[in-house]
Design a protein around this ligand. Sequence first.
Ligand code: GNR
Ligand code: NI
Length: 171
Amino acid sequence: MAKLTILEFPDPRLRKKASPVETVDDELRTLIDDMFETMYAAPGIGLAATQVDVHRRLLVADVSSNGDEPYALVNPVILEKDGVQVSEEGCLSVPGYFEEVERAEHIRVRYLDRNGDEVEQEMEGLLAVCVQHEIDHLDGKLFVDYISEAKRSRIRKRLMRDQRHRSAAVV
Ligand code: GNR
Ligand code: NI
């Protein structure tokens, strides 16, 4: 197992659109395990492959309080959305910032699981928020894209300053 490095806003690699996974094989399952390790260590409730600089359509999530409900979604597609919920979102790629975002309350998602079997599943509440947030990552989109340009630009400047200070500290 290996913990992976998470890219941080405004890294341009977070804007790449991920391509479909072609085969669910052992190499992909190793990546899934590494993404879970990275997500649980952070700690976070979800992680998209884009955030670890792998531009394939894959995400992991676990919104349980015990960390015992892991989901790995390969090539996820939202088939249906309904209702609206607003919640405070954060992102491991935008550390330290939280903003209200509007998402669908219920979604129906089709994906391949870690065995390559097709699954169709209804999700609601926090799991639905998380999966919508992660699928956005696969399309190069971040939760800060839903807030004002003024706020986003303030966050960009502060994170760039933090990143500068961090890289200066290790030389
Ligand atoms: O850990 C995370 N928490 C979170 C809280 C509210 C809405 C979405 C999320 S996802 C985030 C982890 C992350 O950045 N996934 O891409
Ligand atoms: Ni995120």
